[in-house]
Ligand binder design. Structure first.
Ligand code: HEM
Length: 171
């Protein structure tokens, strides 16, 4: 049983899965391509929602309609990112798991996911209040915009961290 993160990495490196990913040259480029396509889906969705929240596009549709259309794409795509990312890690576990930038990326991911859930709830509450729901709490629109922009910045920070990992090997 591995007793530390380093031991765990050594253990992962010896698994059949790690051997498979390492010894088949097409696997890592395929996983990286899928990772980038998933990033594109997430960022397209978050850009559309953010632009609508700040009022730059789609003013003939409600913010809630935008969120209902684009938020699910984020939740569908994260499992694919996680599976593909973990498979990449299996090839060289120390490169990622022991890397401070990778660890930062995971913290940012949790924050971005939490922020996105919070944003979705604020948008729903705002729509309920606008529709005259007496029990719905009043929602400050400036607050929704600020949360939207903060969540967008968090997703961008994940991309920066993802790219940075390669230049921070050994950190
Ligand atoms: C869900 C868990 C995730 C895991 C386990 C994961 C894992 C990884 C790994 C292992 C790499 C390769 C790093 C390297 O060795 O250079 C990588 C790269 C990258 N990741 Fe993720 N990732 C995840 C989610 C995300 C998300 C949500 C985003 C952005 C929205 C993202 C954006 C990127 C980017 C931009 C790269 C650089 C790709 C390249 O340079 O080819 N990742 N990720």
């Amino acid at each position: 049983m591995p007793s530390s993160l380093h031991d765990f990495c050594l253990w992962v490196e010896k698994t059949n899965l790690s051997m498979f990913v390492k010894t088949n040259e097409w696997v890592v480029p395929t996983l990286q391509t899928i990772h980038i396509l998933c990033v594109a889906i997430i960022m397209s969705s978050i850009v559309m929602i953010t632009l609508r929240i700040v009022g730059l596009i789609g003013k003939d549709e409600s913010v809630q309609a935008f969120a209902a259309r684009f938020l699910p794409w984020i939740w569908y795509t994260i499992p694919a990112l996680a599976i593909g990312g973990l498979l990449q890690i299996s090839a060289e576990p120390e490169r990622s798991l022991m890397n401070k930038i990778f660890q930062l990326k995971m913290v940012l991911l949790v924050a971005a996911m939490g922020g996105t859930i919070f944003l979705g709830r604020k948008i729903s509450a705002s729509a309920a209040a606008a529709a005259g729901d007496a029990v719905a709490p009043a929602v400050n629109q400036v607050q929704v915009r600020l949360i939207g922009v903060a969540v967008f910045v968090l997703w961008i920070a994940i991309i920066v961290a993802g790219r940075w990992i390669a230049y921070a090997v050994g950190l």
